[in-house]
Design a protein around this ligand. Structure first.
Ligand SMILES: [Zn+2]
Length: 391
């Protein structure tokens, strides 16, 4: 195994939180909330009584939750049971939440968080998240909440588009904004069409508004597709990468139009704009890796696969690092519930990369020095280079 213990981690895709909100949640449900099922039930609003009742039973057999329990028990110095970990964590968090978080980053050597401010809503200001997390944080601005806000007030498509472009420019004036983000896969799908003519957009916008802004592939799609093109132009103008959610996510996603192949025509039309496929197209990760292998500015974030694919992690990492240039692969956790997900994902990523890269050395694909350099890039260097982060 290649020892990457001393290599810092930059998490390229996670979500902010308020410490007050962490303290308000049921301490005993911590393990449920860190599984992908638990995270999704909250973020998609699909949680009903039966799902909530069944969740602990499912958690009890989920490798990710069980390893979280044992590692947290060790971190907190308590017995590795659901109840004891919940109690010890609650005590430590309540005593001083920011200090609790700081200790997570210290023990897992997490050097920076690139966070998507689009979830949860309303957006948490960067200063607040920096203070609560006590981490070095970098903001990614999501376009969909901006569109929702502007569309409600716009009298025409033209007005919406003008104000949207102005908003993109305004947001880009914040040096703390390191990328734009779109979750169009959750709205109208990744098969983004060429920009429609003005009069057609006006008509579609009117119909979309008349429907009460119901999300449909009918009227909303024309508007959203054109605004995504405006976003690509702004990203280019302001020299920022664009993060695009690609692949599955919570059950609210338009799964039939969420594959890397759906996005491919758009990416191929903008070959010089850096785009990060957030989640690498998971579960169509091979497809995402292929796209990054043929388009020079397409990057991959491994979140969702990491940490939730648990037993399948090494196999999937082999695919990503073997197929795509590893200098475009970046570690991310997609933490959207509890800060410990970032902490655990950083440790698991280091260990998995250590195993996968050691195997590559054994098989004479890489020297140990090359393997280490790839590991350092995936864990932090690639994200720093792409987003112009220091360190
Ligand atoms: Zn996310």
């Amino acid at each position: 195994m290649l020892d990457l213990a001393s290599v810092p981690v930059v998490d390229v895709h996670c979500h902010p939180w308020r410490n007050d909100d962490l303290l308000e949640r049921d301490p005993g449900g911590l393990e449920d909330r860190v599984t992908i099922l638990g995270t999704c039930l909250v973020s998609s609003g699909f949680a009903d009584e039966r799902a909530t009742r069944d969740l602990p039973l499912l958690t009890e057999s989920t490798p990710l939750a069980l390893t979280m329990r044992r590692r947290l028990a060790e971190h907190l110095g308590c017995e590795a049971t659901r109840e004891e970990v919940a109690r010890a964590r609650r005590r430590a968090l309540a005593a001083d939440p920011a200090a609790y978080n700081a200790r997570l980053w210290e023990t897992a050597n997490v050097a920076g968080l690139v966070y998507d401010e689009g979830y949860p809503q309303p957006a948490i200001p960067r200063e607040r998240f920096a203070a609560d997390s006590r981490a070095t944080v970098h903001r990614v601005g999501r376009i969909e909440p901006w569109i929702a806000e502007l569309a409600r007030r716009a009298r025409s498509f033209r007005e919406l588009e003008e104000r949207f472009v102005a908003r993109l420019d305004e947001e880009a004036a914040d040096p703390g904004l390191v990328a734009f983000k779109s979750v169009i896969a959750y709205r109208t799908g990744l098969d983004v069409q060429s920009p429609a003519p003005d009069d057609y957009c006006e008509r579609e916008f009117e119909l979309w508004r008349a429907s009460g802004f119901v999300e449909s592939r009918e009227h909303a799609k024309t508007v959203r597709d054109r605004l995504l093109h405006r976003t690509l132009e702004a990203a280019r103008r302001h020299d920022r990468p664009l993060h695009i959610h690609c692949g599955g996510g919570d059950p609210a996603v338009v799964l039939g139009r969420a594959r890397p192949q759906d996005l491919f025509p758009l990416l191929a039309r903008h070959p010089s704009q850096p785009v990060v496929l957030i989640h690498s197209g998971w579960p169509w990760l091979e497809e995402g890796a292929y796209v990054a292998s043929v388009l020079p500015q397409v990057y991959l974030d491994v979140s969702i696969m990491m940490p939730w694919a648990s037993l399948a992690t090494d196999q999937k990492l082999e695919v990503l690092l073997g197929v795509a240039p590893p200098a475009k692969v970046m570690h991310g956790s997609d933490e959207a519930s509890e800060p410990e997900v970032i902490w655990l994902a950083a440790q698991l990523a280091r260990e998995a990369l250590g195993r996968v890269l050691a195997t590559a050395v054994e098989r004479a694909w890489l020297t140990e020095r090359e393997a280490r350099s790839i590991g350092e890039g995936v864990l932090a260097g690639n994200a720093r280079r792409l987003h112009g982060l220091g360190g």
